[in-house]
Design a protein around this ligand. Sequence first.
Ligand code: IVH
Length: 715
Amino acid sequence: MSRAPTPQTGLQEAAEESALKNEARMELERLAAELAAHDLAYHQSDRPLVSDAEYDALKRRNAELEAQFPDLVRADSPSLRVGAAPSAQFAEVRHGTPMISLDNAFSEDDVAAFADRARRFLKLASDETLLFTAEPKIDGLSASIRYEKGRLVQAATRGDGRAGEDITRNILTLADIPHRLAGAGWPERIEVRGEVYIGHADFAALNAAQEAEAGAGKAPRTYANPRNAAAGSLRQIDPTVTARRPLRFFAYAWGEISAPFATSQWEALQALKTWGFPVNPLSRQVEGVEALQAVYADLERQRPNLGYDIDGVVYKLDRLDWQERLGAVGRAPRWAVAHKFPAEQAQTVLEGIDIQVGRTGSLTPVAKLRPVTVGGVVVKNATLHNADEIARKDVRIGDTVLVQRAGDVIPQVLGPLDPDRSDTGPAAFDFPSECPCPLKTPVTRETTGAGVETVVRRCTGEFACPFQRLEHLKHFVSRRAFDIEGLGEKQLQLFLDEGLIAEPADIFRLAKDEAKLNLLRERDGYGEVSLANLVAGIEARRGVGLERFIYALGIRHVGETTAVTLARGYGDLDRFIAGMERVAAGDEDARAELDDLDQVGAAVVEAAAAFFGEGHNRLQVEALAAELQVAPAEQPRTDTEVAGKTIVFTGALERLTRDEAKAQAERLGAKVSGSVSKKTDIVVAGPGAGSKLKVAAELGITVLTEDEWLALVQS
Ligand code: IVH
């Protein structure tokens, strides 16, 4: 029912409206400051403070308020800004034409509205069919690469859209990006634009490598997600660091051109392809707005299996003459829109925080959640990373929290939603000062070799801590250690609970202890076949190489490679044990001998001293030695073609697995390295080889195909 305004209600409404407007003004001010801080954290330090969804929500709120009160749009409004101003470390590059961004669509209605706007603007009849290209929205960072007479002359990040950072030397290290344009028909001057990104597998490997490096006393520089890893990798002052990072590229747009080269986006993509750029193979030409939805659904379905992150689908009106007429409004073109995938997020209640103890005693807080479906998967646990993160996010047991699942990474708790912080609300979480294990050891805050406090809290109980014991045993039987078939976490936990094993040597004792095996038969329903398999699995590993033996001990900082170095350095088990005992006793000669081994540093010396300094560890090693036949280390051969050479494998191998190739090379006396440097002798490159191949070419290193390599080592 409508009501004629009386003077009084009119006044009241005016007053209400001005109060609302005031609130909006203040909120816009807060949003501008907050979004500016997020932009800065994201673009300049590659370390976002909030999730994409939170960021998008703030941006959306800002846009809503501005739509409601157009006269309140601030000069520094986030809607007028694309990113942060370029960082001072790189020279500034002004873009030939601005690098604009895209408006987002979050629903089918938003997409329809986008198409209607374009149709109205172009004054098209309502029955005129619109042609689009639909392209996956790659979640990386955009780059603009300038070519003159077909030669790459400059490359820049987006920066604030008008000017970015000069990353020419970094871009030159990407194998996906041609230094000279192939084919024909390219304009004399062109800025090719696209997305630099890192694939999931490469991201995981990069983070693992970063972590391993941190193990040697440096602070870890792992990345939160592939996009930050790509940004961090591209924006390296030293381009040789970029060269070692697995950066990839998809071209999808262009900036300044000296002459037109296509009449449609689709044609342009084909041209970019013929000039040597990777163009996303899932890009499609689509007729009609209605058909876009099917493409969206299809890409959303494929998203988990692509091997790289996409966060939506970009629809571009295909005809370039229409694009030109439509132009841009503010920071975004009228001819394109990004249809975003919903973030895989959900709200639930944080019911508890468990402290998980890792193999080396590190304590990780794990959120116990009221089960909730996030992106099709039921989530009950999520990581809270460490004590500092809990404090920073101020998450408390009882809070409703936002949970996010990104790809196949462990779900994360992003933070509390609308938390009750009154006196009756939940209390702040007190990180335990004692390990939750029965030993209740005091929890120490770890410091690096240089004495800097890290975020890691550690239980000092080592093998006496039953939690660490389980993790330790899991490591001992794992594939790259003793690789005992039929013995996994479930069985180990059962055997521990039954008191059948307590330490690694017990596994071998169990295999010949009829009384204990009987117990498994009677109490735990083990059948004859599974018992026989278990015993066979254990017996098969009584003979073991010194390399695996050392790796299986789980000494901190002693990964597979270091284990091989130690095995070769000491030769056999007796000499290894004698050497380690002297290291633990503080014998300077013994410590120097260890330190002198290739790639062994202070962290390994200290870790070895700590491990063998513990009586129970020494007893354990002796008990194991009594059960096993430990073969002396395989010494590197000196009589082969590749003896003493450093080899790098890159790209896909088709005849051998990476592990096989590495083992074979090492058997023949070669050293296998993960990165190309001046010390590299041979790079073996398979299909899809990236930046490493380029570095090899620049350094003049011999590059072999897999077949050539096989011919060399099998001759
Ligand atoms: S077109 C004017 N196409 O998304 C057109 N952008 O949110 C500019 N992006 O800055 C971009 N995949 O970093 C375009 N196929 C694609 C894209 C794409 C990813 C990124 C790009 C852009 C951002 C906009």
